[in-house]
Design a binder for this molecule. Structure first.
Ligand code: NDP
Length: 308
């Protein structure tokens, strides 16, 4: 069996995989063109996030393990018979720290602190308390679970919204699809952690922003096109939502011409909320490789018809 590894540390990963599975042929590729050139031989592909597969189906490919948590870029390009697994839980800590860090920076008004410091001004400014506020997680999956657990330590009340409506630990109430507006009106912060699928594309627009509590903050850490950006700009201009903390955008990099850059109630980061270690990625891949070879269910298998 031929395994292609596409990763900036592909040679290190290949050595570890070879040690565990000496009978496999492991091909290490550091660049995308190298990986594309070897894909024709691959039965298994381990790929860092962001790999665009070339048109046409690699003839022997049976399983792709991506290290990204979201698979929107891959799900349409892979032939339906290929098993796809995602970076399940790999990004939980980075995403949870990013989410709570940004909420705290917002309530502690650090933007004002930095502006004051730049102007050498010793001046008090308003701050808010987090304790007792309600955090809503739209897309209450594994990353949402990692956020909820940490949010409880800040005495936040946590609500969730998900397709199945299934209950979740540390979450007071989880709403199903039909409960979206009851969910939105109850939250001081709404963090979007939805995968990009045909159902979620454009799911958040004017109607959803107007359903949010006055003064509520929207954070999008999932995928940009889940939010209709032109409607978000219009909403922000009229204060619904009051502020947006954004990591993902309809078009990335965010074009220079985007009005989002100029709005005073927007905070932008360049799609950097996630992150994992090579060791964690290797652990997931080796566990799944054992399972794949034994014909057992894989961790993080994507349902190709649902798209996540
Ligand atoms: P999960 O699959 O564990 O969670 C996704 C959640 O979305 C599930 O709870 C699912 O519901 C819910 N969902 C899916 N479709 C719908 C729908 N139509 N309506 C309501 N809820 C829906 O994924 P993760 O938590 O691991 O990751 C979430 C997303 O975060 C990724 O898909 C990716 O796009 C994004 N991400 C962004 C990063 C960044 O750097 N900004 C880094 C990592 C991830 P149910 O459980 O009921 O099926």
């Amino acid at each position: 069996m031929v395994v292609v590894i596409y990763h900036r540390e592909a040679h290190h990963l290949a050595a570890q995989v070879r040690a565990a599975h000496p009978d496999l042929e492991i091909l290490a590729c550091v660049t995308a063109p190298e990986a594309a050139a070897r894909l024709g031989e691959a039965e298994v592909l381990l790929a860092a996030g962001g790999l665009q597969l070339p048109e046409g189906s690699p003839p022997h490919l049976r399983w792709v393990q991506t290290l990204a948590a979201g698979v929107d870029r891959l799900v349409d390009t892979l032939p339906p018979g290929v098993v796809l697994t995602r970076g399940h839980s790999l990004h939980n800590a980075a995403m949870a720290e990013h989410c709570l860090g940004r909420i705290l920076a917002h309530t502690l008004n650090l933007r004002q602190a930095l502006a004051n410091q730049a102007g050498r001004r010793w001046q008090h400014y308003p701050v808010e308390r987090l304790a007792g506020k309600t955090l809503g997680i739209a897309g209450m999956g594994v990353i949402g679970g990692a956020i909820a657990r940490r949010a409880r330590a800040f005495e936040l009340r946590v609500l969730g919204w998900r397709r199945s409506g299934r209950r979740a630990r540390y979450v007071e109430q989880v709403f199903g699809p039909e409960g979206l507006y009851d969910f939105l009106v109850a939250c001081d912060f709404v963090v979007i952690l939805l995968p990009l699928t045909p159902e979620t594309r454009g799911r958040f627009g004017t109607r959803e922003f107007e359903a949010m509590k006055p003064g509520a903050v929207l954070m999008n850490l999932g995928r940009g096109p889940v939010v209709r950006e032109d409607e978000l700009v219009a909403g922000l201009r009229s204060g619904r939502p009051a502020h947006a903390l954004l990591d993902v955008f309809e078009e990335e990099p965010l074009p220079l011409s985007s009005p989002l850059w100029e709005l005073p109630n927007v905070t932008i980061t360049p799609h950097c909320a996630g992150g994992t270690t090579t060791a964690a990625a290797l652990e997931l891949f080796l566990a799944n490789l054992d399972r794949f070879r034994a014909g057992r269910p894989l961790v993080g298998r994507v349902d190709r018809t649902r798209g996540y």
